[in-house]
Design a binder for this molecule. Sequence first.
Ligand code: MSP
Length: 471
Amino acid sequence: MKKFFITTPIYYINDIPHIGHTCTTVAADIAARTHKALGEEVFFLTGTDEHGQKVAESAAKENLKPIDYCDKISPRFEEAWKNLNIGFDYFIRTTNPNHEKVVADLLQKIYDNGDAYKDRYEGWYCVGCEKFLTETEMVDGHCPLHPPEKTVKKSEENWFFRLSKYVPKLIELIENNETNYIFPEGKRSEILAKLKAGVRDISLSRENVEWGISVPWDTKQTVYVWFDALINYYSATQFVNNKKDFWPANVHLIGKEILWFHTVIWQAMLLSAGFSVEQLPKKVYIHSFYMIDGQKMSKSLGNVISPGQLVELFGVDGARYLIARSFPTENDSDVGIERFKERYNADLANNLGNLVSRVAKLAEGCDFGVFENASIDNEFVKLIDQFKFDEALSWVFNEYIDKTNNFLNQETPWKLEKDNPKRKEILQNCIFNLQTVAVYLEPVMPEIAKRILEIFEGEIKALEKSLFPRI
Ligand code: MSP
């Protein structure tokens, strides 16, 4: 059976889940469900990133031991995803000793291959990104993604990773269409340009950051949190039952701010640890960001949208649909609660929901037998694989929902007697289209899809309440 392994970033637990984390996780779920529907064996991995300075600082603020803090926050992510009906197969936590062991083994290989050396790091560090910053990455003297106080000057003894050694190989892989793994295209050229501009080696360990995995050959240092975190994608396949064959990952889905780690550092680490080119992740898909009503989402602006808020307003499937429709692929996507409401009412309450109610009412008492599952169009799958959900959904709406509405209005079956075969034929046609819609919408709205299929199976009854109550 064809295998499909998809991952999300593992989220930092200094924060609670917001709509940004949510969009990546929902997107991965939609892709995972689509590949399941195609009959593939799917492994969908998500989790939390729990080590490092930033988590240790958050724990200290709450007077908690780091592990107690992690145990408190990590389940909030797991719950948020369950509340959104995200069908992840495993939730990894980097404090899991099984993961820690794989990290230590992989780093030891990097060391044994001569790719680690001791040196002093003198420069800037953004605690928000957990990232060593070059001057060129800073704007107005600090990391552009976080408040100025998060950018601190560091001088520390570290173990360094010979990243520069792998640059020619990475350029070769990315330039070749057969081996390129960076999508979409714009990000591929961005990374190539950066690689060609010259790359410096980076720290693989931290001094004075106790909250981390010990460097196997030097227990006074801990593994730099990004080296620890990236390995989650591989470690899960090694210690979760029966997942070894899922490596290499088919897709790492990530946001644009962590592109360098996922397209350069991660591949170099694997090559250094002895992985062949065939064993590198096949695709890193980079998406853009949500903006909220034209502004960056931030706690200080008070404009953070939580997944719980969306579920409360729009229901689980409504929330999933709105995220899919607004998913930021190549460009940032501006969203807001008011616009979500409009979209929900227009597409779901007034359009799809209304159509299902109308058809069920007209077909009350009919029985059209069992629905033979529709096969999924390749073009639709292609759009899903490129995370172009808006286009994919527009296609379903145009091709099936709008056409069914028009057909119904043209044919006016309500003017015909209940037992007129022509009336039955028209309704059967509409119902077949709605059943097909359910098949296409299943990855985005699994429960609604199931409901639609149930409504039209066996003797049809008018709905007591609409699938999507108007807001
Ligand atoms: N822990 C690291 C990832 C390690 S993966 C080996 C991390 N965590 S994070 O909690 O900051 O999550 C970052 C991810 O959350 C982004 O890459 C993206 O997937 C998602 N988003 C966070 N804010 C976002 C928006 N405003 N919009 C869309 N997605 C965003 O980085």
